[in-house]
Write a protein that binds this ligand. Structure first.
Ligand code: NAD
Length: 249
């Protein structure tokens, strides 16, 4: 018996990194998995990797209609959703003095506004008693150079989880936050750096972590499984931080 047997789980940004590892773990635990993402090719590859007849749907959190369409498709093909992992997000930064309005808007629109509307649009398609897990970041707990807007966007979703939990009490829908520290995923390769520079960045990040390494996406997936499953039935509006002690020691 898997921990998510026959549950319908939708993971946004499930075609890469932490979302993909989480989708694989959930499928192994018996869930019927749907993933969304922006890129059609990686969505197909990810669905093949996850197996178990994973449903892959192109949806951009910047396009609210595409979210509606995605939820409708999941309901019509799999049934109402029991687990929603709101994970799509970007990491970008710039020196404070040069931070453009366009970059500010991009980060806030995807990480904060995108999270709000993903949850709002999902509501008609969720089962009562569903579990929603939002991806935060340990960066919201510390001061990181050049990352003020990213960190603030993740602090904002931490607040959303508390308030959504209050909003959704009557439907017994639990909303919690999973906050990773530095994790080795394609996110660092999206910063426009060379592979050598990405390697250097990861080494630099690891040196600031008390246990001197970055985490793996698989280590993160286990936390999402706990929050998604009934094992966390007494948790709502809460946060789990998994960061090798980065924000804690
Ligand atoms: P990733 O780049 O591998 O995955 C991000 C996913 O989000 C991708 O699937 C991408 O398609 C999707 N996405 C981005 N913008 C989107 C949009 N507009 N519409 C739809 N999908 C969109 O990176 P990851 O490290 O797996 O990141 C997953 C989450 O974890 C993000 O929210 C990120 O902020 C958070 N996080 C990552 C780290 C880390 O060190 N990797 C640390 C803390 C938090």
């Amino acid at each position: 018996m898997g921990k998510l047997n026959n549950k319908v789980a939708l993971i946004t940004g499930g075609n890469s990194g932490i979302g993909l590892a989480t989708a694989e773990l959930f499928a192994g635990e018996g869930a019927k998995v749907a993933i969304t993402g922006r890129d059609e090719n990686t969505l197909k590859d990810a669905a093949n990797q996850i197996g178990n007849e994973t449903l892959a749907i192109k949806a951009d959190v910047l396009n609210l209609d595409s979210l509606d369409d995605a939820f409708q498709e999941v309901e019509s093909k799999m049934g109402k959703i029991d687990v929603l992992i709101v994970n799509a997000g970007i990491f970008k930064g710039a020196p404070l003095t040069d931070f453009s309005e366009a970059l500010f808007d991009e980060i806030v629109d995807i990480n904060f506004k995108g999270t709000f509307f993903t949850v709002q649009k999902a509501l008609p398609y969720l089962n009562d008693g569903a579990s929603i897990v939002i991806t935060g970041s340990a960066a919201a707990e510390v001061g990181v150079e050049n990352a003020s807007v990213y960190s603030a966007s993740k602090a904002a979703v931490r607040a959303l989880a508390r308030n959504f939990s209050a909003d959704l009490l009557s439907r017994k829908i639990r909303v919690n936050v999973f906050s990773p520290g530095h994790v080795e995923t394609p996110i660092h390769g999206r910063l426009g750096l060379s592979p050598e520079q990405v390697k250097g960045l990861r080494e630099e990040l690891a040196s600031g972590v008390p246990i001197k390494r970055v985490g793996t996406a698989e280590e993160m997936a286990k936390g999402y499984l706990f929050l998604a499953s009934d094992e966390s039935s007494f948790m709502l509006g809460a946060e789990i931080v998994v960061d090798g002690g980065w924000s804690q020691l």
